[in-house]
Design a protein around this ligand. Structure first.
Ligand code: NAG
Ligand code: NAG
Length: 179
């Protein structure tokens, strides 16, 4: 049986190789995105001839649970409100309020999130946005949105990562018996 035993140095090489591959995969893996609301426009009152900029921006993106958005603005505010309050721009009782100029909001669950400006008159002029947040498994079957290809690629990379690491694991187990 002595001829079947693994030499310590070979075992070490195998182990190091395995750890290297696994940690590389871990490093590349994308778990959450941070979106900047309105991209370079930031969070402002939209131009009068183009009031839908924020919902257009939202429909071009794919939001998953765990992702977050950042609002950048000057002398304004961000409120997260109910659908009913969003529709009539009622800012009297928000679920969330911030006026720091740099607001970070993380999506902890799926569903629609309604944001409005808390400054009088701004919401009515179109400074509001609906963000639809999906579970990762929902997003794989949905094909709307410009970034879906990218997100799908990331998601399937996530899946192949699991498959690949299982393969590496089982290879290592087999190899340690065979070498
Ligand atoms: C809105 O008006 C500006 C000029 O006032 C113009 O440059 C822009 O193209 C217009 N946008 C749309 C969507 O009509
Ligand atoms: C906004 O909501 C509050 C609380 O529900 C309500 O008292 C108020 O009448 C609402 N304002 C408008 C303009 O509907």
């Amino acid at each position: 049986m002595a001829s079947h035993s693994v030499s310590p140095s070979r075992q070490l090489v195998l182990l190091v190789l395995m750890i290297t591959i696994l940690s590389c995969l871990q490093y590349v893996s994308v778990s959450a995105f941070e979106f900047q609301v309105g991209d370079s426009h930031g969070w402002v009152v939209p131009p009068a001839n183009d009031t839908k900029i924020y919902n257009e921006w939202a429909s071009e993106n794919r939001f998953l649970v765990g992702d977050s958005i950042r609002f950048r603005y000057k002398k304004d505010s961000v409120m997260e409100v109910t659908e009913a309050d969003y529709k009539i721009c009622n800012s009297t009782h928000p679920n969330f309020f911030s006026n720091t100029g740099n607001t970070f909001f993380r999506f902890e669950h799926s569903g629609a999130f309604y944001f409005i400006s808390g400054v009088s008159g701004h919401c009515e002029k179109g400074q509001r946005v609906i963000v639809k947040v999906m579970l990762p498994e929902e997003s794989m079957t949905d094909s709307t949105g410009k970034s879906s290809g990218f997100r799908a690629a990331v998601t399937s990379f996530g899946l192949s990562k699991v498959v690949l690491s299982q393969f590496v694991m089982s290879y290592a187990v087999v190899a340690s018996h065979v070498i």
